[in-house]
Write a protein that binds this ligand. Structure first.
Ligand code: SF4
Length: 625
C-alpha cells in the first residue's frame, strides 16, 4: 500500500485491550484517511443517542494520505468523535509534527473506545503499543505532562495530551500536541478526559511508500513554486493569521463587545502590526511548512513580562480582544498561553467570556451568580481570571465551562438571542451581517457554526480555484446572491478532501483540483481525477450530515443566532445589514440534492455517492425521504 500504512490501532480502555486492524484499501480510496475515514468509523460504531462523555463514544485519531510526505504543509491529523459541546458529529485537526510521528510509528489511526478504570496514557514505539499508568501526570497541564512523559519515555517521543480542562470535562477542552498546536474545536479534549485518557506518546521511523517517487517530488516542487508566487504565503509569514484583523474590521465585520457592533475603535493596538511590534520573536511552522503562520512570542512589558510561548493567532486575538472589548495585546497573548497550557479552545473560551460580559451588562448574569465578580467589557484582568476559573471549573467558571448554549439556557432572560453559536459551537470572528456568504457557511457547517468548513470569510477569501462557477459577479459581500450557495457547497466538499488527505487548508487552497489529483495519483498510484475528487468530498460531507440527521438534526437547526437575523449592525460599512438565511438555504439544499423541508440527503443522492447503506437509517427503509 502506498501513502498510508493500512493499519488502525484499536484500544478498548475498559478492557485494557490493544489490537491491530487492517484498513481495507477500498475504504482508504473512498475516504482518503483523516477526517473522512475517522467519520466512517464513527458512523458505524456510535449509534444515535450515545452520551458524548460516556464510554460508548469513540475518540478517533487519523492521519491523512499526504501526512508526513514531502508535500508542503502535509502535517495534519484529525480527531473525530461525538461532541459534548454540540451533541453532533465533531472533527478538529492539528498540525505540528505529532501526526507525522504517528504515521511513522506504523499506524494511520488510533480508535479509543470504553473508559479506563484509572488515568492512563498510550505509548507507541515502532508499531508496539502499551497502556501505562498516568497517575504522575493526572492533574497536570500540557507543558508539565509533556515534559514528565518525555523524561520517563525518552525525548524522541512526541506527546498529544489534555490539560486539566479536559480532565474537568470543560465542554470546549482541546487536545494539544507539540505543546502549542491544538485539536481545538468541539470539546474533543473533554471526550479524552471522560475516557481517563491523559496522553498519547508516539515515535517511529517507518518510511512512507510512494507509488511514483520522482513524479511526486515534482508535484511537491510545483506546490512550493505556487506558494512562493502567492501573496498568501508572504502575508501569513509576516503577520500570522492576525493579518486579516484589519481587513475584517474595515469591512465592518469584526465582532466587538459580543457582536454588538462590527467595528473596533482600538484596532491598531491588536492588529498584525501591533502583534509583530510587541510580542513576536519569530515565525514558526508545522512540519515541512514553508508558510510558517505560527508565532513564537514573548511578553516584554506589563505584569506578564517574561512569559513566552506561541500565538496568539487571529481567532485568539479576536475573541479575547475586540469581542471582549479588550485592547491589551499582552493580556490577550497571556490568555492564549493559558488556553494552550490548560488545553482550551480559544474561540469558545473567549466567546463564553464575551457572552458573560454582555449578560452582566444587561443584568442577566448577576453579582450573586458571579460570586461578586464584576465581569465587564474592556477588563483585561478579568479575562485572565476567568480562563483560570473555567479550566478549574471554579465559581462562575463552572457555568462558563459549559459554553454559550448551556449558559443561555441556564441564565434565561432572553439571553439566547446573543449566545453567538450555531448548533452549540461558538462562532469565529467574522460577523456574517457584513459578509452574507459567511452566514450560510456558519448555518450549514457539519460541526456547527464554523469558519473553516467552507472557508468563506467575506470578500478576502471568496475566490477559490475549486469553484465551478464564475465568482466575479458575486463580489459584493453585502448582497445575498443565490449563487453563493453553490460556492459554499463546493468549498465544503473540497475542504473535506484536504482534511482527509492531511493537508493544511492554507496550502490546499493554493492549488486547483487537477493539481490535487496529481498529488494523490503520484503518491498512491490510484486513478484519481477531478470527478473522483468531487465525489470523495461530497461523500464525506453527506456521511457527516447523515450522522447529524440520525441524531435528530433538521433544517431548523441550520440557522443563525437571532442577533444576526434580526439586529442590524449599528455602524460601519455594513450598517443596517442583517442575514436573510432562508432563500440561500433553499438554494443550498437544491445544490446538495437534500430535501428542502427536512434537510435530509435524498436516497438517490446517497446511492450516487456509494452511501446506499445510509438509506435505511435516514429514510426508514423507504426510498424517498
Ligand atoms: S500554514 Fe500555518 S497552520 Fe498550516 S501547516 Fe503551515 S504553519 Fe501549520
Amino acid at each position: 500500500m502506498y501513502g498510508l500504512n493500512g493499519k488502525l490501532l484499536r484500544i478498548n480502555l475498559t478492557e485494557n485491550a490493544i489490537s491491530e486492524e487492517d484498513i481495507p484499501e477500498q475504504l482508504l480510496k473512498e475516504y482518503l484517511g483523516g477526517r473522512g475515514l475517522a467519520s466512517r468509523y464513527l458512523y458505524d460504531e456510535v449509534g444515535p443517542g450515545v452520551d458524548p462523555l460516556g464510554p460508548d463514544n469513540r475518540l478517533i485519531f487519523f492521519t491523512g494520505l499526504v501526512t508526513g510526505t514531502v508535500s508542503p504543509s502535509a502535517s495534519r491529523y484529525s480527531v473525530v468523535a461525538k461532541s459534548p459541546l454540540t451533541g453532533i458529529w465533531a472533527q478538529s485537526s492539528s498540525g505540528g509534527r505529532w501526526g507525522v510521528d504517528l504515521k511513522a510509528s506504523g499506524f494511520d489511526g488510533i480508535l479509543f473506545e470504553g473508559k479506563a478504570e484509572k488515568p492512563v496514557y498510550l505509548q507507541i514505539d515502532e508499531g508496539e503499543a502499551k497502556l501505562l499508568d498516568a497517575g504522575d501526570v493526572w492533574g497536570k497541564n500540557v507543558t508539565d505532562t509533556s515534559a514528565i512523559i518525555k523524561k520517563a519515555a525518552g525525548e524522541k517521543y512526541n506527546v498529544a495530551c489534555i490539560g486539566i480542562a479536559g480532565e474537568n470535562l470543560v465542554r470546549y477542552a482541546a487536545i494539544m500536541n507539540d505543546l502549542h498546536r491544538a485539536v481545538g474545536r468541539c470539546g474533543l479534549g473533554a471526550v479524552m478526559g471522560s475516557k481517563n485518557l491523559k496522553a498519547v506518546a508516539v515515535r517511529g521511523k517507518q518510511k512512507i511508500k510512494i507509488a511514483h517517487p520522482e513524479e511526486f517530488k515534482e508535484t511537491a516542487k510545483m506546490q512550493l513554486e505556487l506558494l512562493n508566487e502567492s501573496i498568501l504565503g508572504a502575508g501569513l509569514q509576516g503577520y500570522g493569521t492576525n493579518l486579516v484583523l484589519d481587513m475584517v474590521n474595515n469591512c465592518g465585520g469584526l465582532p466587538t463587545r459580543n457582536w454588538q457592533t462590527g467595528v473596533f475603535d482600538r484596532v491598531d493596538d491588536v492588529n498584525g502590526t501591533a502583534l509583530t511590534d510587541t510580542v513576536l520573536e519569530e515565525a514558526v511552522g508545522c512540519f515541512a511548512c514553508p508558510i510558517k503562520c505560527g508565532r513564537k512570542t514573548k511578553i516584554k512589558n506589563g505584569q506578564y513580562a517574561g512569559k513566552e510561548g506561541e500565538g496568539p493567532e487571529y481567532e485568539t486575538v479576536g475573541t479575547f480582544g475586540p469581542m471582549c472589548g479588550v485592547s491589551d495585546i499582552e493580556a490577550i497573548t497571556m490568555a492564549g498561553y493559558l488556553c494552550n497550557d490548560y488545553g482550551l479552545d480559544t474561540i469558545s473560551c473567549g466567546s463564553s467570556i464575551a457572552f458573560a460580559m454582555e449578560c452582566f451588562e444587561k443584568g442577566v448574569l448577576t453579582p450573586q451568580k458571579t460570586g461578586g465578580l464584576p465581569i465587564e467589557f474592556g477588563d483585561a484582568e478579568i479575562i485572565i481570571n476567568l480562563v483560570h476559573k473555567i479550566a478549574r471549573r471554579e465559581g462562575v467558571g463552572n457555568l462558563l465551562a459549559e459554553g454559550t448554549r448551556v449558559m443561555a439556557a441556564d441564565l434565561g432572560g432572553g439571553s439566547e438571542r446573543y449566545a453567538m453559536n450555531v448548533k452549540g459551537l461558538e462562532l469565529a470572528c467574522y460577523d456574517s451581517r457584513a459578509a452574507k456568504i459567511t452566514g450560510l457557511a456558519f448555518a450549514t457547517a457539519n460541526r456547527g457554526g464554523d469558519h473553516i468548513t467552507a472557508y468563506v470569510q467575506g470578500p478576502t477569501f471568496l475566490a477559490s480555484p475549486f469553484l465551478v462557477i464564475d465568482d466575479s459577479e458575486i463580489r459584493d459581500p453585502l448582497e445575498e446572491n443565490p449563487k453563493e450557495a453553490l460556492i459554499v457547497k463546493e468549498l465544503e466538499d473540497a475542504l473535506a478532501v484536504f482534511d482527509s488527505a492531511g493537508s493544511c487548508k492554507f496550502m490546499g487552497m493554493a492549488l486547483d483540483a487537477r493539481e490535487w489529483c496529481e498529488i494523490i495519483r503520484t503518491l498512491t498510484g490510484w486513478k484519481f481525477d477531478v470527478e473522483e475528487f468531487r465525489k470523495v468530498g461530497e461523500r464525506i460531507y453527506n456521511l457527516e450530515r447523515a450522522f447529524n440527521v440520525r441524531e435528530g438534526l433538521t433544517r431548523e437547526d441550520d440557522t443563525l443566532p437571532k442577533r444576526l437575523l434580526e439586529d442590524p449592525l449599528p455602524e460601519g460599512p455594513a450598517q443596517g445589514h442583517v442575514n436573510n438565511i432562508e432563500p440561500l438555504l433553499d438554494q443550498y439544499y437544491e445544490f446538495r440534492d437534500w430535501d428542502g423541508t427536512t434537510g435530509k440527503p435524498t436516497a438517490e443522492k446517497l446511492k450516487s455517492l456509494d452511501l446506499g447503506f445510509l438509506v435505511r437509517d435516514l429514510c426508514g427503509g423507504q426510498q424517498g425521504v
